[in-house]
Design a protein around this ligand. Structure first.
Ligand code: GLU
Length: 375
């Protein structure tokens, strides 16, 4: 079992825990659960492995702290509860990790930290230096300042970003569900847990459906998005139930719990993983089956001849998705033409370009060096 072995051998591990695991239904923190998780994480560190902890729960903690029963709806108020709650959360983590002899440090990130290449490098260096000093980074989105354009919005995607940022071997997402099932287990008694998902096909994405519980923001859909990013960056990902006793220990021993997404073989170069996750996606380019094969099997650049359609609002230099004939995302990359020009070029051989456009001619629509395969 490729994926389980990946978990067993992992030395650098990102653990993400969702609000629904960290907080009770009342919105107040589940201290019993938090203590158990801290103990497990400290024990992984004691084994000489490196752990990064992506913790949600700032907003939940803030609500409890301010005596609010319901999550406020305005952005400003959400920022306030996150600002108050983040401190409460860190205070608890400081105390509990110290009991097990571990030092922690808080890192708050936004999408910008992965979008801009220099910030990407700085965030990476900061996290790696913490690890080299034996410190456990406790990471969350910087909810108090993040506005829409720079917001990741959910910690599943944040944890995938962190995992690619530090070249982790494994990402474990702990949630209120065991993993991905063949159907919705709350409505289908015969739904079965899928132990391993080697390929994230459109069928798998469909199974993931929409967002989950009232407390957290993610559902299975954001976990599948995270799996796509993580596995293409060479990270093995697992989803498991946070309330299960010894969940981290058992997963990292290779026991068959949860759902595992094995890492894809090739480790992306740092710049490439930044490209896969950090950039805003501005549109989609659809390609035919021959083009898809050439890209997937030979890592070819994307040429206009194989393009069957394009959508969105992109300029030259923006990042777009490349979709195969079945609609599956096969790659992301920096496009050399804006959408209007591309509409004129699509389906044509490069030799015909001089008749179709003026100015600089680039043979590739997306050059292979600026492209990341997502399958
Ligand atoms: N960053 C949010 C918080 O700490 C949680 C986002 C999520 O649950 O995905 O409250």
């Amino acid at each position: 079992m490729q994926g389980r072995q990946g978990l067993q051998e992992a030395q650098r591990i990102v653990v993400k825990v969702g609000s629904s695991t960290l907080a009770h239904r009342t919105g107040k923190l589940n201290l019993y659960r938090i203590e158990q998780l801290v103990r497990e994480i400290a024990d992984i560190a004691n084994q000489g492995k490196e752990v990064l902890f992506v913790s949600s729960g700032a907003q939940a903690a803030g609500m409890g702290h301010l005596g609010l029963r319901q999550k406020p709806s305005s952005i400003a108020e959400k920022q306030v509860i996150a600002a108050c709650g983040q401190g409460v959360l860190m205070h608890i983590y400081e105390k509990l990790f110290a009991e097990y002899g571990q030092v922690v440090g808080q890192v708050l990130l936004t999408r910008e930290n992965a979008m801009r290449h220099n910030q990407y490098q700085h965030s990476r260096t900061a996290l790696l230096t913490m690890l080299s000093m034996g410190i456990i980074p406790i990471i969350n989105e910087n909810d108090a300042v993040a506005v829409d354009e720079i917001k990741i919005g959910d910690n599943d995607n944040l944890s995938a970003m962190v995992a690619t940022l530090v070249d982790a071997d494994a990402l474990v997402i702990l949630s209120d569900i065991e993993g991905l099932y063949t159907a919705n287990p709350t409505t289908h008694a015969d739904a079965k847990l899928i132990h391993e998902i080697p390929d994230i096909t459109p069928a798998v994405e469909q199974l993931a459906g929409g967002a989950g519980s009232a407390i957290g923001t993610g559902g299975m859909a954001t976990k599948i998005e995270a799996a796509k990013v993580a596995t293409s960056a060479g990270v093995t990902m697992a989803i498991a139930k946070g309330s299960r006793p010894h969940v981290l220990r058992d997963l990292l021993l290779g026991k068959e719990i949860g759902t595992v997404f094995p890492a894809r073989e090739a480790h992306l170069k740092v710049r490439k993983s930044w490209l896969a996750f950090g950039k805003d996606l501005r549109g989609d380019i659809c390609v035919d089956a021959g083009c898809e094969r050439a890209m997937r099997d030979q890592g070819s650049s994307l040429l206009a001849a194989g393009i069957t359609g394009c959508e969105g609002d992109f300029a030259a230099g923006n990042t777009v998705r490349v979709l195969g004939a079945s609609g599956q995302e096969i790659a992301r990359g920096i496009v050399n033409y804006d959408i209007e020009t591309l509409k004129k070029l699509m389906g044509h051989q490069t030799g015909e370009f001089p008749q179709l456009l003026q100015g600089e001619i680039k043979e590739e629509v997306i050059h292979r060096d600026n492209m990341v395969l997502m399958v």
